[in-house]
Design a protein around this ligand. Sequence first.
Ligand code: PXP
Length: 260
Amino acid sequence: MLFFISYYWAVTRLSRNKDFVIMTTLGVNIDHIANVRQARKTVEPDPVQFAFLAELGGADSITVHLREDRRHIQDRDVFLLKETIKTQLNLEMAATEEMLEIAKKLLPDYVTLVPEKREEVTTEGGLDVKSNIQYLKNFVENLKDSNIKVSAFIDPVGDQINYSREIGFDIIELHTGKYAQLTGYEQHKELQRIIESSYEASDLGLVVNAGHGLNYNNVKKIASINNMNELNIGHSIVARALAVGLEKSVREMKSLITLI
Ligand code: PXP
């Protein structure tokens, strides 16, 4: 019974007539192409060439994470992407002085600040903006002075949203990793948390993106959230590309998120 009541609540919330309904766009994360290249430390496959295919398939932006240990994307990739892509470049990075210098030279369309740990396989949790307010304020201001929009990759938690606003972020990217891992009622509750967070954030004037762990089976409910601006998706798209090619795997994902 509880399940049906909260399902009804979520459906009405999803279709709530907000002041605006925006078309959700697709950011394609191509780090995994670079993972294959770095497995042999050679020149192929080249993520720069694959970005071109992602754009042909309908990607609205290209996302790359330049990690401190350079385990996949390299400096050369980000500078070539900046020169060659026709959509937008989203540079994911840790809030370090080294990355700040690179971002200010590169001038991507936007930067997404993420937490980074050397041992992790992929970005694990959201950035804890609450514990680093003054440092992040200066960091974000520095990027904005170079006309770069700045996004915070955060967990869907009220506090993190309020502090993101206070710090001066333009965008938040809500971490959907937990939603992707859960099933049944627990997943449904996490979806509600994401929906509530997205409304809280847009009420504060923040642009709302989401990503992590999204795939062809779980993406539609996130894409249906009225004020969802962009979804950043990597692993599932690149995995499917092994079977059907990147252009097609991007096109399939794009149609799932736009044909709601
Ligand atoms: N968004 C952020 C901030 C990430 O760190 C990642 C993983 O690199 C993604 C989105 C994409 O996640 P996935 O590869 O699981 O689709």
